[in-house]
Design a protein around this ligand. Structure first.
Ligand SMILES: NC(=O)C1=CN([C@@H]2O[C@H](COP(=O)(O)OP(=O)(O)OC[C@H]3O[C@@H](n4cnc5c(N)ncnc54)[C@H](O)[C@@H]3O)[C@@H](O)[C@H]2O)C=CC1
Ligand SMILES: O=C(O)C(=O)Cc1ccc(O)cc1
Length: 367
C-alpha cells in the first residue's frame, strides 16, 4: 500500500505498528511523533518510521491513516485536538488503547465532524515500554479488537485492516462496552492482582529479606505484569473503574469462601478449588493458540556448567530456529538447572525440540 500513515506515540505499540506497516508496505510514508525526542530518534534508527514529524497538524491533515498509540488519557486529549483540525476525505483515525468505552465516547467529536474513527486494541504486548522493546511480530496471531464507529463502512474497515496486514493479527469486531467488560476480566483486574502480590512481598521484605530472593517460579510468572508502566495502567484503571471494582468485589467474596474451606480443613473443597481451575484453564483456547500470544516454551534439563547456554543457542542457531527468550529457572544450586527457551511459534518450538533431542543427551520437555 502506498500512502501516508501518522503514528502518534512511538512506544512499544506505536513502534511495533510502524515496523509492521513498513515491512508489508516498504513504499509507505510513516511519519512518527512523540512527546519524547529520544523515542522519535530511536524509532527512526530502528526503521519503525520513515520520517520524524515536523508539524503534527499539517501531517495529520494530509494523512491517510492516523494511529494514536499513547496512554488512554493522552489519546482522549489528542482526539479533542484533532477534532479542531481538518482531515483528508476518506482518512481514518484509529487508536490502540486498552479501553474502548470512553475512547469511543470521546471519538464522537471526530465522527460528528464527519471524520472516520475506528477504535482498536491489539491484544498483545508486554510489560516493557518504549520503542526499544517494539517488534515487527509483536501482534502475530494475536487478536486485534476493533470497535467501529456508528458510520464506519465495510470499505473503511477493510482499508484499516490493509494498513495493519503486516501485523498478521486476527481482527475481531466488538462492542465497546463488551470490550471493557472482557478486558477488565482478563487483563485489567489481573493487573491489580499481580501488583497486590508484589505489595504483599514488599510488606514482609524489610523483616524477611530472603523472601524476594526466593520469590521465583509461580510468583515470578504471576507478578511479571506488575513491572509494566504505571502511567499506562493508571489510565487504563481509571477508564474502567466500574468493571474493575465489580470484579474486585467478586474476588473478595471468593477469597472469603477460600478462607472458609481452609478454616474447615475441607480437603475435598480445597482439592476441588484447584482441580476445577486446572480443568477449566487447561481447556482454555489461549493455551491452544493464544488470545494474548504466550510464548511457546521448551524446557531442557541441563547440567549447570559455564558455556551451556551458548552451546544450546548455538545448536538452535545452526538450524536457523529463532528464539525469543531464554532463562534458567531458579533451582537449587547443587542440582541440574532447567533451561526455559521461549519460541514465537509452536512450529519453532517443535523444531527446537527435535534439534535438541537429536544433538544433546539432555532431557527436553514441554508442559
Ligand atoms: N503495553 C502493552 O502491552 C499494550 C498497550 N496497549 C495500549 O497502547 C498504548 C500505548 O502503550 P505502550 O506503547 O505500551 O506505551 P509506551 O509507554 O511504550 O509508549 C507510549 C508513548 O507515547 C508517548 N506519548 C505520551 N503522551 C503523548 C502525547 N500527548 N503526544 C505524543 N506522544 C505521547 C510517550 O512518550 C511514549 O513514547 C496505551 O494506550 C496502552 O493502553 C495496548 C495493547 C498492549
Ligand atoms: O504483558 C502482558 O502479558 C500483557 O498482558 C500485555 C498487554 C497489556 C495491555 C493490553 O491492553 C494488552 C496486553
Amino acid at each position: 500500500m502506498k500512502g501516508t500513515a501518522v503514528i502518534v506515540g512511538l512506544g512499544l505499540i506505536g513502534g511495533s505498528i510502524g515496523l509492521a506497516i513498513l515491512q508489508e508496505n516498504p513504499d509507505a510514508e510513516v511519519i512518527g511523533f512523540d512527546s519524547k525526542e529520544k523515542e522519535i530518534r530511536l524509532a527512526k534508527a530502528m526503521n519503525a518510521i520513515t520520517y520524524e514529524s515536523t508539524d503534527l497538524k499539517q501531517e495529520i491533515e494530509r494523512a491517510d491513516v492516523v494511529f494514536l498509540c499513547t496512554p488512554v488519557f493522552q489519546t482522549e486529549k489528542l482526539i479533542e485536538q484533532i477534532a479542531e483540525w481538518t482531515m483528508k476525505p476518506g482518512a481514518i483515525i484509529t487508536d490502540v488503547g486498552s479501553t474502548k468505552k470512553r475512547i469511543m465516547h470521546k471519538a464522537k467529536r471526530l465522527t460528528d465532524k464527519g471524520f472516520t474513527f475506528i477504535g482498536g486494541h491489539p491484544m498483545a504486548g508486554s510489560h516493557k515500554s518504549g520503542v526499544a522493546a517494539s517488534k515487527v511480530f509483536l501482534f502475530e496471531n494475536a487478536f486485534y479488537l476493533l470497535t467501529p464507529g456508528p458510520n464506519t463502512t465495510e470499505n473503511q474497515l477493510g482499508e484499516l485492516k490493509r494498513w495493519l496486514a503486516g501485523t498478521k493479527a486476527k481482527f475481531l469486531l466488538v462492542d465497546p462496552d463488551e470490550h471493557d467488560e472482557i478486558t477488565g476480566m482478563v487483563s485489567h483486574f489481573p493487573h491489580i492482582v499481580a501488583s497486590s502480590l508484589v505489595h504483599q512481598v514488599k510488606k514482609v521484605h524489610s523483616t524477611q529479606p530472603l523472601i524476594s530472593r526466593l520469590a521465583a517460579g509461580g510468583f515470578r510468572d504471576l507478578s511479571r505484569i506488575a513491572s509494566s508502566d504505571p502511567v499506562m495502567w493508571r489510565d487504563i484503571t481509571l477508564h474502567n473503574v466500574d468493571v474493575i471494582k465489580k470484579l474486585l468485589k467478586g474476588w473478595q467474596q471468593e477469597m472469603d469462601q477460600v478462607i472458609k474451606i481452609l478454616d474447615q480443613k475441607d480437603e475435598e473443597g480445597i482439592f476441588q478449588y484447584f482441580n476445577e481451575a486446572k480443568q477449566f484453564r487447561d481447556n482454555m483456547p489461549i493455551l491452544q493458540k493464544g488470545a494474548i500470544p504466550s510464548f511457546y516454551d521448551l524446557f531442557v534439563d541441563i547440567p549447570d556448567y559455564p558455556g551451556i547456554i551458548s552451546e544450546i543457542t548455538g545448536l538452535l542457531a545452526k538450524e536457523k530456529i529463532s528464539i525469543v527468550n531464554i532463562r534458567i529457572m531458579e533451582t537449587r544450586e547443587d542440582i541440574y538447572g532447567v533451561l526455559t527457551i521461549s519460541f514465537q511459534t509452536d512450529e519453532d518450538r517443535q523444531r527446537g525440540e527435535a534439534c535438541l533431542r537429536a544433538t544433546t543427551p539432555y532431557e527436553v520437555f514441554m508442559v
